[in-house]
Design a protein around this ligand. Sequence first.
Ligand code: HPA
Length: 247
Amino acid sequence: MSLGIIGGTGLTQLNGLEFIKEKTIKTPFGAPSAPFVIGKFKGEKIIFLARHGKPHRIPPHEINYRANIWGLKKLGVDEIISVVAVGGISKSMKPMRIVIPDQIIDYTYARKHTFFVKNLKEVTHIDFTHPYTPSLRRTLIKLAKKKKIKIIPTGTYGCTQGPRLESASEILRMGRDGCDIVGMTGMPEAALARELNLDYASIAIIANWAAGKSDAEITMEDIHYYLAEGMKSAMKLLSGIVDTKYR
Ligand code: HPA
């Protein structure tokens, strides 16, 4: 078993990762966001990828999700934990909290969203009833309980196209649709992982109230501040998962 960690905004490098080597991979879908960093985390080999590149420069709609997921598979990863920044829509989804989402609604468009395009033996439709791998989610939730890390164990992640933030009415509509949190990078990443049979779960860090959910303007300064705070718990979860699953 081998673990891949995809870091989002606020996580371009994994503190505590003992560097072994960097691997640049060519894929049939073009270049991944950055070289894959192979290293030891808590004594176990893992592979880390900065989703927005290093430095952080690739906007959500320009990320080559296919190359990223393909590259991880090629390097032998069979489980991915992705860290994502989100805005909070539902009342309980307060900035700095951590959510282990269980559902997705996809509002993105014009992204390269599937590996199944040509030269297919047959038309394939993946089952996506439970978009995040239930067993991997359960492990994260159990671990949070054991380590007394406060998390919200379920939530529906609405994925918008970006890079702009949403209008207040868009967020109201997303709330009516059943979205609890909103981000820009959860899709097509989760579906691509499923297409390649990789287990996939997310740790979502709430960086701000979504548009119209507070009186304050959403600023990048605030987002970075709350993300940094939430990241402390996310890091505890990541190190715990390595301890739990990989020894
Ligand atoms: N909307 C979309 N993506 C985000 C947000 C948001 O409010 N905050 C962090 N990522």
